[in-house]
Design a protein around this ligand. Structure first.
Ligand code: DX5
Ligand code: ZN
Length: 230
């Protein structure tokens, strides 16, 4: 059984000190970076684009997961591939045709990266079913996408087990849980067996030990996983 990985979302980090932020998170033991791209249209917030992804790429050898919360992901796929993303996940709710979505997933795979779909709280997991072929990531949102530091939506966690059922014959596919995950909520995620926990604001809070928080999430989201064996 795979060890739970912790991905650091830098959405609430000090962008004026990106080098130090990346180094501190690497020393603290994170497994991967999670970069939240927002266009102010798909979600009511604007963050950064491919240039910041490329900047983080130059700073770290760790895997980079790009989480696209933008309305036209197909238009920017090449730029995020060129920026050095290891995985690219866009939202299944975007207003593009199924064919365009399949084409985008195929382009990401064609570039030998991992393609993923994210599911917002109002969307059932079954929405990803038409795209299972070649899907490497299903990302379950446990907050409404758009901001860091929001309250964890525990009622979304059963979707992890549903996604696991959908991916039953695709053991290489990974389930990511994104939003409000920290030392207090990780055990809830652990009941359902996620592969990657995205942690954001909990890593940048004054007085909280970053390495201890990462270790706590990894341990609490891990051991109960067997309990939900299919
Ligand atoms: C929210 C983002 C998340 C967020 C996680 O839309 O997709 O990745 O940054 O941060 P926390 O852990 O603070 O919810
Ligand atoms: Zn995210």
């Amino acid at each position: 059984m795979r060890r739970v990985e912790v991905a650091a979302s830098i959405l609430t980090a000090d962008f004026g000190n990106l080098y130090r932020v990346v180094r501190k998170l690497e020393r603290a033991g994170i497994d991967r970076f999670h970069l939240d791209v927002m266009d102010g249209h798909f979600v009511p917030n604007i963050t950064f684009g491919p240039d910041v992804v490329a900047a983080v790429r130059r700073l770290t050898p760790l895997p980079i997961d790009v989480h696209l919360m933008i309305s036209e992901p197909a238009r920017y796929t090449e730029q995020f591939l060129r920026a050095g993303s290891d995985t690219i996940t866009f939202h299944v709710e975007v207003e593009e045709t199924d064919e365009q979505k399949r084409d985008m997933l195929a382009r990401i795979r064609g570039a030998r990266r991992v393609a993923g779909l994210a599911v917002s709280p109002r969307t059932p997991v079954s929405a990803v079913e038409p795209f299972l072929d070649g899907l490497g990531i299903v990302m379950i949102m446990t907050v409404e996408p758009g901001f860091g530091g929001q309250k964890f939506l525990a009622d979304q966690t059963p979707k992890v087990a549903e996604a696991r059922r959908l991916l039953a014959d695709r053991p290489q596919a990974a389930i990511h849980v994104d939003g409000g995950v920290n030392g207090e909520t990780a055990a809830i995620v652990g009941r359902y067996g996620a592969d990657v926990c995205v942690v954001g604001s909990a890593l940048f809070q004054r007085g909280r030990d970053t390495a201890r928080e990462i270790d706590l999430v990894r341990r609490l989201a891990g051991p109960q996983r067997a309990a939900v064996a299919l």
